[in-house]
Each structure stands twice: as C-alpha cells, then as structure tokens.
Ligand binder design. Sequence first.
Ligand SMILES: Nc1nc2c(c(=O)[nH]1)N[C@H]1C(S)=C(S)[C@@H](COP(=O)(O)O)O[C@H]1N2
Ligand SMILES: [Mo]
Length: 263
Amino acid sequence: MSRLLLSRRRFLQASAAAGSGLLLAGCDQFDFLGQLDHPARNFMEQANVLTYNAQRRLLGEQTLAREYGASEIRQGQKPNGSTEPSTPQYVALRQGGFTDYRLQVTGLVEQPLSFSLAELRNMPARSQITRHDCVEGWSCIAKWTGTPLGPILDMARIKPEARFCVYHCFDNIERGLSGDVFYYESSDLVDAYHPQSILSYGLNEQTLPVANGAPVRLRIERALGYKQPKYLHTIELVADLTPFGRGNGGYWEDYGYDWYGGI
Ligand SMILES: Nc1nc2c(c(=O)[nH]1)N[C@H]1C(S)=C(S)[C@@H](COP(=O)(O)O)O[C@H]1N2
Ligand SMILES: [Mo]
C-alpha cells in the first residue's frame, strides 16, 4: 500500500490517536488501500487534500530502528564501496578541510538552500547507535551523529508535487569511456522525515572519516547499507525517479537491488 495516501477522516482519527498518546500500530488500519477498486481508495486518489508535511510528521514517527548501548560498539565501521573519492572537486574540498563544502537542497522546493559544514554542525544534533547491515552479509554497530533531515526539508518548503529525495554523491563509483557514473540514492519523504534520518558528520565520537563518507553522509536507519549515501553534496526533491541514473532510484538499484531496501 502507499504510505502517503490517507483520507482526511482517517488522518484526523490517526492524529487524534497520536495526540492522545496512543501508538499507531503499523499501517494495518489503512489496509483497505491495497484493494485496487475500493471506494475509499478511489476517493483518496482524487482527493489529495492533506498537506504532505502533516502526513509525514505523523507517519514518519511510526517505527524506530533499534538503537544499541555504547558497550555494543565492538569494532570500527568497516568502510565499503567508495572509500576515497578521486574527483578533482572532492580532492580540492578535502585538501581545504571541507571549509568550502556546501550541502545543497534543490529541486521541487520553494526555497533552495545551501549549508556549510559549520552551519550543519550548529544545527540541532542527534546521536544514535545503530546497526548497519550490508547486503554482502556483514554488520557493524556504530554511533552516528548528525542533524535531522526533516527540519532542513521544512526550511526548504517542499512543493506539494515532490514525492522523493534524490541524494547525489561526490564519488564516481564507475569510470568508463562513456563517462563517470556517480553514486546516488533516493528515498520517499516518509523515510526522509523519519526522526532517525540524519545528515551525519560524526562517527563513534570522531569527525566522520573520509572512508565512511566525509564530510556528510545520510543515515536512513531502517534501510540497508546501500541506502546510506556517503559523500553527499545535493538533496534534490523530485516527483519522479526515472530521470536519474538508469531510472531505478539508486546506483545499486540500477543493478537490480530492491529500491525500498528495508532491514
Ligand atoms: N557515495 C557512496 N555511498 C555509499 C556507497 C558508495 O560506494 N558510495 N556504498 C554503500 C554501501 S553498499 C555500504 S554497505 C555503505 C558503506 O558505508 P561505510 O563505508 O561507512 O561502512 O555505504 C553505502 N553508501
Ligand atoms: Mo553495502
């Protein structure tokens, strides 16, 4: 079912439940949406009456990825994939201690934004000890520190037609005769607004190392390793993922991995 479609009545019921301290039990109560010709679904497809912001606030708080204690951090975060981007742009930024780095928020927003690393570090921070699961079959528990993505998207004022964030990275993971292929990823807005989705600049109490994505990498804690883009430079709000890469929403998705990639 689509997690972004809710009728106003259902939404208000759910809001009241959330407001009174009741937890929403997953999506089960909205399961009628899975029935293709259900009148409620047909109604809702036409009646896009809610602001996306309000939906995301509510639904984004559904389930947290498990968090661990400090004693459960048993090893460093194993670097994987790109570990040392070699594009001139990245090399120059790195040599300058990332003082010229800017994170851009672009696309379907009323207010495009750009943040320096210092500005990101001065925003409200969150730390979380979580487990990173790579599809190659290894896991690491690590402490990630960063600023939540949701408030940044609010500052940019997302347009109603925006449905996904595309995360553009500095590393040319493939260098071919037909040009460079840069790592990219994407998520829906529920995952973007999830309280554990942070723009991470700290790892295990240290500055995020280059091998793990310096200066900024996104954590989307309910997703697998390949959904954790390193070397992030631009967050682009879009309505459609098909124009990017080969159209499947991410570098590894273009090789057949699942787009949602949940753990
Ligand atoms: N930009 C970029 N992000 C990336 C990758 C990459 O190669 N480039 N690899 C992904 C994969 S498959 C994994 S498992 C994790 C590895 O993160 P780590 O090096 O911090 O362990 O980053 C993900 N994000
Ligand atoms: Mo991975």
